[in-house]
Ligand binder design. Structure first.
Ligand SMILES: Cc1ncc(COP(=O)(O)O)c(C=O)c1O
Length: 383
């Protein structure tokens, strides 16, 4: 891995909890006069002769963020310009004509990448349901990679990561876990047997809807080195400012997630008995079909994302969304502000999400204000 020019990250105490690591990791070593935060190195080139010569080689800010994400997930972190840039690089770990098993419910942008690679003859794609470990592993026979999400977008399907990763390993396949919805504070997939963790730090890690950035955290340093080379050669590098902001967002992830998750659980429970709602997907609810596996693989909580089906027409659902006054009708997720959208409006999700399925990213506003907004808009649109 290229050395970052400066600073050397502070040494972490192995006894610290992940919440503490999120606050401390990646800070410059505590020498007199050292800054509390890493510098934002806005430079496209560097004085010769050093490991880093050019802006695609490395950046002190990426190094700090990678030190923090690597410490949290327990592996070697490589950051990219977006989550999908990380996905594209990880896909390159599949050998020519290798097979990838992809969970049926996945962020559609990830599905698009693998479908395009299949159409180009680069690899073979098999789809399997991540909530059916037997089916996933049957599909993994002879495969090179299994791709799942900790909590899958947009139906909140929870994969049994330890069982899938162990079975994939027996079959010689790498397991990649997109842990964007869980974050390193709710699941450490490498500890559960996975080989690579992928994060869209655009979401909860950044936490303020003001940046795009992705990360891959690898168990094997050789995989990380390969991703560093690809990042350099393809140019999918994070911006220095984005890396700084993502690390700043990470500092408050624990408190933001605790608050948003508690509200998500409360709202999911209330929606489940709302007369204008026909179905709720939130693994934290005891009645959710994903609850048992969630208690094992997400013991700290089920995160801040939920989805639900409005008991009405598509037109009524759209009226509900535009009738909200606090929650913003917008795509994306994981920010301090709550966002909602109807997923089947994306062609890529039309086959996965029911027509009236709304995905809600719960922010850190007062849960009572959020509930009042949802309840009022649902009743007004479906009166
Ligand atoms: C689960 C998941 N993975 C990956 C991505 C892609 O990340 P980015 O938008 O940072 O490219 C998204 C974006 O919505 C996502 O929801």
């Amino acid at each position: 891995m290229p050395d970052t020019p400066y600073p050397t990250p502070v040494t972490l105490d192995p006894g610290w909890t992940p919440d503490t690591v999120a606050v401390q990791a990646g800070r410059p070593t505590r020498t007199p006069g050292a800054p509390m935060n890493p510098p934002i190195a806005m430079s496209s080139t560097y004085v010769q002769d050093a490991t880093i010569e050019y802006g695609r080689d490395g950046n002190a800010g990426w190094g700090a963020l990678e030190a923090a994400l690597g410490a949290l997930d327990g592996g070697h972190a490589v950051t990219f310009s977006s989550g999908l840039a990380a996905v594209t690089a990880i896909a390159d770990l599949v050998p020519q004509s290798g097979t990838v098993v992809l969970s049926t419910v996945t962020y559609y942008g990830v599905r698009n990448i693998f479908q395009r690679l299949q159409a180009q003859g680069r690899l073979h794609l098999r789809m399997a349901p991540a909530d059916d470990t037997t089916a996933m592993l049957a599909a993994a026979d002879g495969a090179a990679m299994v791709w799942i999400e900790s909590i899958a977008n947009p139906l909140m399907v929870v994969a049994d990561v330890p069982a899938i990763a162990a079975g994939a390993r027996e079959r010689g396949a790498l397991t990649v876990v997109d842990s964007t919805f869980a974050t390193p504070l709710r699941q450490r997939p490498l500890d559960l047997g996975a080989d690579v963790v992928m994060h869209s730090a655009t979401k909860l890690i950044g936490g303020h809807s003001d940046l795009l950035l992705g990360a891959a955290v690898c168990r094997d340093e050789a995989h990380a080195q390969r991703l560093v080379t690809l990042r350099h050669d393809h140019g999918a590098i994070p911006g220095a400012l984005e890396a700084f902001l993502a690390l700043r967002g990470l500092r408050t992830l624990a408190v933001r997630l605790d608050r948003a998750e508690a509200s998500a659980l409360e709202i999911a429970g209330r929606l489940a008995s709302h007369p204008r709602v026909s179905r709720v997907n939130y693994p934290g609810l005891p009645a959710d079909p994903q609850h048992e596996v969630a208690t094992r693989v997400l013991p700290g909580g089920s995160g801040s994302m939920l989805s639900f089906e409005v008991a009405g027409s598509v037109e009524q659902t759209d009226a509900f969304l535009t009738g909200l006054r606090l929650i913003t009708h917008a795509t994306s997720l994981g920010g301090v502000e709550s966002l909602i959208e109807r997923r089947s409006r994306y062609p890529g999700d039309a086959g996965v999400a029911a027509p009236t399925l709304c995905r809600l990213s719960v922010g850190i506003e007062s849960v009572d204000d959020l509930w009042a907004d949802l309840d009022h808009a649902l009743r007004a649109a479906l009166s």
